[in-house]
Design a protein around this ligand. Structure first.
Ligand SMILES: [Fe+2]
Length: 296
């Protein structure tokens, strides 16, 4: 590791520690290269860890049929990831053949610039470590189950895969334009907590829900206090989100092409406009907005 990387590592870790009230990051960053990439070291996972992966996988698969979108279910089943923590190298070959994306192993959260650079080059960073048994139901930092189970299957969809690359390029631009807070909300409400409208009803494509034990059912339950509204890009960019509870708003798309098309334009006018506008709270419902999952 060169000196520049060491300094930027230290800066990054200090920044994250500050943001999370002094709590240290979980991962081992000492072996990370300049792009925060590490070796997965698959042989080092214990049998207990593989067993917990299987329990997490089985819990989700008891919930997801009829709730997750077909694109997710089909890709997940083709990946054969039910038996234990997957080998990234093998999954990466499969993914590359499908959409030209690869998986890179990372120690945990990584700096925004590095994250966007990976996405812009069709590399998806996946954390190597698995949560502890005490964290079976809830984990603060993303682990291998969230990153791999939640995110990787969607990258097999060509349009979604192109959208994520576009998002990475947009992230690099947003860093120059002061639009990171706004752009992060789009990621949150789509890649992490997005719903899609299908002829069979609303379905989940967001990784934060797909890898969660409780929100899978909650987000599709009519009559809760949460909103389910059609995605408008500018509205989403200006909406705050909750990180410590189920979402108060779910943004719904009609197709992944819609998501790609909405993200393709230059966001500079949005950022310029939103700089002088107060963000909306997470539970806002604007007068023209229609609840797409009405109470029955
Ligand atoms: Fe995620």
């Amino acid at each position: 590791m060169n000196t520049t990387t060491t300094v930027s590592n230290a800066d990054f870790l200090a920044t994250v520690a500050e943001k999370s009230d002094g709590a240290a990051l979980r991962g081992d960053y000492s072996k990370a290269d300049a792009h925060y990439v590490v070796s997965q070291d698959w042989a080092a996972y214990t049998e207990e860890e593989h067993a917990m992966w299987r329990r997490l996988y089985q819990r989700q698969m008891a919930l997801l049929p009829g709730r997750a979108c077909d694109e997710f279910i089909d890709a997940l089943q083709a990946m054969n990831a039910a038996d234990g923590i997957p080998e990234f190298e093998k999954a990466s070959q499969q993914l590359f053949a499908a959409t030209g994306w690869t998986i890179v192993a990372v120690p945990g959260l990584i700096p925004e610039l590095t994250f966007f650079e990976h996405l812009a080059n069709r590399r998806f960073p996946v954390t190597v470590w698995l949560r502890t048994p005490e964290e079976f139901n809830y984990i603060v930092e993303p682990d291998v189950f969230h990153d791999f189970f939640g995110h990787v299957p969607m990258l097999f969809n060509p349009v979604f895969a192109d959208f994520i690359q576009l998002y990475g390029k947009g992230g690099l631009k947003a860093m120059q334009l002061g639009g990171l807070d706004q752009l992060a909300r789009l990621y949150w409400y789509t890649v992490e907590f997005g719903l899609i409208n299908t002829p069979q009803g609303l379905r989940i494509y967001g990784a934060g829900i797909l890898s969660s034990g409780g929100e899978v059912e909650y987000c599709l339950t009519p009559g809760t206090s949460s909103r389910h509204i059609h995605l408008e890009i500018e509205r989403c960019l200006n909406t705050l989100y909750k990180i410590d509870s189920y979402q108060e708003t779910y943004f719904v798309i009609d197709s992944f092409q819609e998501l790609f098309d909405g993200t393709a334009p230059d966001f500079t006018p949005y950022y310029d406009k939103l700089k002088s506008v107060s963000p909306l709270s997470a539970n806002t419902l604007l007068p023209h907005e229609v609840e797409l999952l009405p109470a029955q």
